[in-house]
Write a protein that binds this ligand. Sequence first.
Ligand code: MN
Length: 710
Amino acid sequence: MEARLDTLLSDMREHLAAIGPDEVDAVAKAFDFAQRAHVGQLRRSGCPYFVHPFEVARILVDLRMDSPAICGGLLHDVVEDCGVTVEELEKEFGPIVAHVVDGVTKLGRIEYLRLDEHQSENYRKMVLAMARDVRVVIVKLADRLHNMQTIDYMSDAQRRRTAQETLEIYAPLAHRLGIARVRTELDDLAFKCLFPEAYKDIAQRVHDKRRERESYTQEMVDRIQAILRDGNVAARVFGRPKHLYSIYRKITVRGVPFDHIYDLIGFRVLVDTPADCWLALGIIHGHWVHMPDRFKDYLTVPKTNMYQSLHTTIMDGGRPAEVQIRTHDMHRIAELGVAAHWGYKDGDRPSSRSIDRFAWLRGLVEQIQEVRNPQEFIQSMRGELFEEEIFVFTPKGQMKIFRKGATPIDFAFAIHSDVGLHTSAAKVHGSIVPLKQELSSGDQVEILTSPDAHPSRDWLKYVKTSRARTKINHWLRAQEFEQSVQLGRRLIEAELRSHRRNPRALLKPAVLSDLATRLNHKTVEEFLADVGNGQISPQRVYHTLVPPEERQEEAVEPAKRHRQMVDARLDGISEAETRIAKCCQPIPGDDVVGYVTRGRGVTIHALDCPRIAGEFQRIQPIEWSSTGKGTYRTAIVLESNDRVALLRDVAEVIAASGANIFNAKVTTPDEFTAVHEFSLDVTSRDQLDKIVAALARVRGVRKVSRRHQG
Ligand code: MN
């Protein structure tokens, strides 16, 4: 192992030297930490577990990654397999390494189920989004690559699943990041595992033609090299067989028979400058006939994964050969993609042109062009594009996409509106969370429902999707409407009883329907709802229903009429539909009236509360039930000399009465006066009157009164 550490360190020394000498020490420390953490653990192959993280780190060194990524590679399994916490890693190796390991661990926990084409693209996006730091994805790719290299030791089922996932997710991901080297290897390893017969067949045929191909390849390389030299273009030329999976795809997808796949070999021409690329192309086209429809200019218009090159297919004695022409820099990006950005020192960077077509990270382009060091590059790679979206899962592994900030309520309505409308609780990764908790990518969400659970108005504050908002609003409106209908009916009944009429006898369906029409409503329900929400007064209904000559009531003056209404009992109104006004805080025994609020039932105000002055239409007679239960909050104001211990005496009086002081406030408007405000919980007016009388007798008290707020 010591020897291995040495090779690892010497391999990376040169390339880390540019970033800083501490980097090598950090890697040595991570090596040591991981080795000790995994001690005694074995892989399925029987070799020590640590070989795996070590090989992952080696792949990362090959990709010229920086030290946090290499440390992340060494440590990537210690959280999952050795019980080391992310906090410990942060303490030992700093937040970046801890974040990389945490990200790789989390990615490993998501079970990839076969998703359809559309969903697997989203899944790739999700992986990128979860990995705010691109190094997380790159370490994960290296981990996957080594697992694929050693896949023979896995069980059959595991092998198929891993290979499938590799082909559908990780190889395309590597392609999107432009890391061709990793992509082609992942492709071929997964291909071999999933379609062993086809793999063997193609590998055999490629092998059979090897001799012929190799001599032909060498001959072509020499010829291209020679004509370029004659044209004064310095170039390195080489040819290599295409990877097996791409040949297989050509056969199966495009239906090309193997014997007709002539361009099994790709020729590459590497030159110094973009101008040389065009020069080389001109020379080659001058020497061979080329196929115009196969010419592609990825030099001027790079691929979205940053790939740049000129592609042309020439005819050599009736045999087509593909030639790719690019600069050494471009070649580096073609091989390493995103990873190519780590090794660069200032001034040794690919041209900004090569990045400005990095379309799938549009919007970050400007930042990327400004990149000063690898650190900044990583920052700019953060998935701002994806921060707007989160990816969460049902318990069955189905993926749902939401805007950032979405809550379990959005999730519930996305499942089904019936689920949303009966949501009682939510679990994330198996633990109950508040319904207002924001979800994050990778969460597995489960919604608990109950037939009695219903949306509340509060939910509107926590939803992000218009679907949930619309459904909740719709439900609330229907609910309010129903409540208004009920209340409207009872208000009319109460009004009739106050005139000594029998509501049951009077309010036949035909009568109600006639009333609705006369008061300009299409349906009885809409009519009742308008009474219930205060649009039509019950008095008006009474006057419409009973002609003047049949009314046996004396004319009353407005003030007296008001009083009379209070005397009338409003029965049939449930406690749930009433609430006590906060402005005047009436208590049982006070003269009160009901004030009909749209959709919210009846509020009880003091008869003389200024808030309701003049609102006769919405005011309803109401009275306290004879047996008041519970306590009611009210307030008194007490003015006194500012003497020592007065507050204690006052508090004793109140306590002796059995009332509870909820809150007390003292102000001293001048040096001789103290004004006390008490918020009290009392049972009745009677009790309050006794308290006020007793307080008035306390020495130093000048004045005691109820407090009324306007
Ligand atoms: Mn691993």
